[in-house]
Design a protein around this ligand. Structure first.
Ligand code: SF4
Length: 352
């Protein structure tokens, strides 16, 4: 099968030929040239893959489609169950948007099949809308993720640093996006970036684009895409409180709005991206330090001092947030704690 508007000397033709031989087999995909996969699976995988590796996503994807096999099933799910199932994948606003989007799609009776209408759904950014339009509906959308940015920067030797080079990368990507097999083309570009045109040591000798690649011709392959050095992230400090009684630990439900919203968590002292925690324990008690959890969020790094207070006679007024409960420590893995608190729970458990 050939891309209709691209000749057998074009980059897209060479890439699709390579994809027919070398496509990665992934549970949300159809094989090269086959009818497109279910839009629900494409959308779910693309949301999960934002800022997250394929290896990390695969078990979550399997868990979600086993529990909620259709978008209607996900739309009908309890929000707390979805947040708990998402725990550990990070970037939790994605999970909240996932539920909102599923409910809107279920209300409409299905996913719209073009990029503009997809873009109007809750939480669907430009990239996800283009990816779903191309992969699930065969639209000739221009799909640009970090892998594609790298491949195209090199193929066209775009030396201007990111992010200023994004418009040029998009224009260049559009110039090689075929009208037919647009979904396969998008996935082929992602695969090439993940397996051949890698950030370090690109395997140019194996690359189907090597005859067209300007960066290779100029000896620039590994230096592109150029990036402006990132600013150091701010460092925050805070406390979390491990309150234990009769083999159970006190967990709160965080407020719906804000960081890690509506997830179960240990009570803490109010740290966030803009401020350190206040450090005051929720009640006067026999607190002892259990160690520091280091965790990197997108916009800041956190040193979280974990404090323990245990006693079967503990009757202090407990911090609640919207609600709280004693959770059995031997079932803490089922609480759906976000990663920073899961790390804290492991630290506390190691000291019991
Ligand atoms: Fe990337 Fe090398 Fe292929 Fe150019 S030839 S696209 S640098 S792997």
């Amino acid at each position: 099968m050939q891309a209709s508007t691209h000749t057998d000397r074009s980059p897209s033709f060479a890439l699709l030929e390579w994809y027919d031989r070398s496509a990665r087999i992934l549970p949300w995909r159809s094989p090269p040239g086959a009818p497109p996969p279910d839009p629900y699976r494409v959308w779910l995988s693309e949301v999960m893959l934002q800022q997250t590796t394929v290896a990390a996503v695969q078990p979550y994807f399997a868990k979600f489609v086993a529990r909620w096999p259709t978008v209607a099933a996900l739309a009908a799910a309890d929000e707390a169950d979805v947040m708990a199932a998402w725990a550990g994948l990070g970037y939790y606003s994605r999970a909240r948007n996932l539920i909102a989007c599923a409910r809107e799609v279920a209300r409409r009776g299905g996913f719209p099949d073009d990029e503009a209408a997809l873009r109007a759904l809750p939480g669907l950014g430009a990239y996800t809308a283009a990816a779903v339009a191309a992969i699930a509906f065969g639209r000739a959308a221009v799909v640009v993720d970090a892998n594609v940015e790298r491949v195209v920067s090199r193929l066209f030797a775009i030396v201007e640093p990111l992010p200023a080079s994004r418009p040029a990368i998009r224009t260049a990507t559009a110039s090689i996006t075929p009208d037919r097999r647009a979904g396969d083309f998008a996935q082929a570009m992602m695969d090439l970036g993940a397996t051949v045109c890698t950030p370090r040591n690109p395997r140019c000798l194996l690359c189907p684009l090597r005859h067209d690649c300007r960066a290779l011709a100029r000896g620039l392959a590994e230096t592109l895409p150029a990036k402006i050095a990132k600013k150091a992230k701010p460092q925050r400090t805070g406390h979390a409180w491990w309150i234990e009684r009769h083999g159970a630990v006190w967990l709160v439900r965080r407020p719906d709005r804000g960081m890690l919203g509506s997830m179960r968590a240990l009570p803490d002292d109010g740290w966030n991206a803009g401020a350190d925690g206040h450090g005051m324990p929720p009640f006067v008690g026999d607190w002892r330090p259990a160690g520091v959890v280091r965790h990197g969020f997108t916009h800041f790094d956190l040193d979280l001092q974990l404090m323990l207070c245990a006693g079967d006679n503990l009757v202090q007024p407990l911090p609640c947030g919207p609600d709280g409960e004693f959770w059995p420590i031997d079932r803490i893995d089922e609480a759906g704690l976000p990663t920073v608190f899961a790390k804290a729970a492991r630290l506390a458990s190691a000291q019991r």
